[in-house]
Design a binder for this molecule. Structure first.
Ligand SMILES: Cc1cc2nc3c(=O)[nH]c(=O)nc-3n(C[C@H](O)[C@H](O)[C@H](O)COP(=O)(O)OP(=O)(O)OC[C@H]3O[C@@H](n4cnc5c(N)ncnc54)[C@H](O)[C@@H]3O)c2cc1C
Length: 440
């Protein structure tokens, strides 16, 4: 069994996309980085829709070729049926020459973690971080439980920087008491599961059998319904289906009652029920996430950074989760590299990162929460990000914002930032039509 060192430059908690990405960037620069991951990889994870913005990060990481070779399903865009209206967007119409993907997260996350190892990061699975002791601000101490092998052992390691990439466990935010729930008029939770043999929606707005996946590429299919909204994401051998439900709707339900609720909803919602008619729910695949939207009042300090879902999470309607993870990893890697070169500047870099990352999360919250409220959003920061974002990305985001009724706050911010007029014509583009246009 490999020996866990007593010291390293940077310790990363968690080997998901945020943790593996920052480990790769740092290792590429010759920095001694150790990742402690509590699960045995590959491990299951939800979040299978990737929008094409991610390619710029995979290029930076040097992992695009490996992702291409994996043969994940390409998608050309998305179709929503929202309050009786259909909208469709195609990424290619906004200048993207590479597709979005539907990814099996166990395979995708393992690929990224292996990539960090091949770049020089040291990774240990089944090692759980229990506490970070910051009493020595130059060399914080990380206490962990090593669950590899037959006996469970406690250990400790010193490092100069701690990166919390522990996902929704929000390890440091919990330790420091900085985690806040996004309070809004409507709180949501998620219940999701996997089906075999579902039909899927193609870019031609028709439903298809799984065997046609090669000839008729899929889209991500999203629907609103009386209790919230639903995703249908076809993968190579199964289909991910998730309900985002108002918290009140499932209050007091036990596990079995939630399963019945999930099955009944899938069987009654128009379009979804047709797609799932020939399908079977994979036994034991149902999962539930109650602590849904949250953020952290402070995500960076002089010797720590929280990235990815460890910093914040908001309703995944626009597939922003992985984008946030990749973006945070890239900016934090830069801050840590520079701080290691010049210790006197570390406070400045952490402040810069704090404001950049809060800005990015605020952007996602304003986009996703619509008139359901978006507390914790710094409007000035979001407006300045809108002005500086590449035109191509902003245009696609503004079009997407028209596909649901979730983005009133965001559109208002775009107006206040003085950019709405530039984009409003294209933002109202995309294809819209009556639901009768769907051929199921
Ligand atoms: C219902 C739902 C649907 C979603 N859909 C999408 C989508 O379609 N597209 C999209 O882009 N995003 C989606 N997301 C968000 C996406 O899944 C996350 O944003 C993404 O996984 C974040 O990556 P991460 O590396 O920050 O965290 P994770 O992927 O959660 O990885 C964190 C890792 O840390 C490890 N860990 C935790 N605690 C410790 C500890 N104490 N010690 C050691 N290791 C620890 C965990 O085992 C885990 O492997 C969705 C999320 C939800 C809840």
């Amino acid at each position: 069994m490999a020996y866990i060192p007593k010291q390293c430059d940077v310790l990363v908690i968690g080997g998901g996309p945020a943790g593996s990405s920052i480990a790769t960037y740092l290792a590429q620069d010759g920095i001694d980085v150790v990742v402690l991951e509590k699960s045995e990889f590959p491990r299951n994870q939800v979040g299978e829709s990737l929008i094409p913005h991610f390619w710029k990060f995979s290029d930076l990481l040097g992992v695009s070729k490996k992702i291409g070779q994996q043969g994940f399903l390409s998608k050309s865009g998305g179709i929503t049926v929202w309050n009786g209206q259909i909208h469709q967007i195609k990424f290619s119409e906004y200048g993207y020459n590479r597709p979005g993907l539907h990814i099996e997260r166990d395979i995708f996350d393992q690929l990224l973690l292996d990539h960090s190892i091949s770049n020089g990061a040291t990774v240990f699975n089944q090692v759980v971080v229990k506490k970070v002791d910051f009493s020595d601000s130059i060399w914080p101490k990380v206490l962990y439980t090593d669950k590899r092998g037959d006996s469970v052992e406690e250990g400790e390691l010193r490092c100069q920087y701690v990166i919390d990439a522990s996902g929704h466990s929000t390890f440091l935010a919990n330790q420091m008491g900085t985690r806040l729930a996004v309070s809004s008029e409507m709180n949501f939770l998620s219940i999701w599961g996997y089906f075999v043999n579902s039909r899927y929606v193609g870019a031609d707005r028709k439903s298809h059998h799984m065997e046609e996946l090669k000839q008729n590429p899929p889209v991500t299919f999203v629907m609103s319904y009386e209790d919230g909204w639903i995703w249908h994401i076809v993968l190579r051998e199964k289909t991910s289906v998730g309900l985002i439900v108002h918290t009140e709707r499932t209050k007091g339900m036990n596990k079995e009652q939630r399963k019945i609720f999930f099955k009944q909803t899938c069987a009654k919602v128009p379009y979804l029920s047709t797609l799932l008619e020939p399908a079977c729910l994979v036994e034991g695949s149902l999962q539930y996430r109650p602590d849904y939207s949250y953020y952290s009042s402070q995500i960076c300090g002089e010797n720590y950074y929280c990235i990815g879902d460890a910093a914040a999470f908001v309703d995944p309607i626009f597939s922003h989760g992985l984008q946030n993870a990749f973006y945070n990893a890239a900016v934090t890697a830069l801050a840590v590299k520079e701080s290691l070169k010049n210790n006197k500047k570390r406070a400045r870099y952490s402040q810069l990162c704090e404001s950049r990352m809060q800005q990015f999360y605020g952007f996602s919250r304003a986009l996703s929460l619509g008139d359901f409220g978006c507390n914790g959003v710094n409007r000035t920061l979001v407006k300045s990000l809108m002005k500086s974002r590449p035109r191509l990305e902003l245009e696609l985001i503004l079009v997407t914002a028209q596909m649901t009724n979730r983005s009133e706050n965001f559109i208002q911010l775009a107006k206040e930032a003085g950019i709405w007029d530039d984009f409003s014509a294209s933002a109202e583009s995309g294809w819209s039509g009556n639901v009768s246009e769907l051929e199921f």
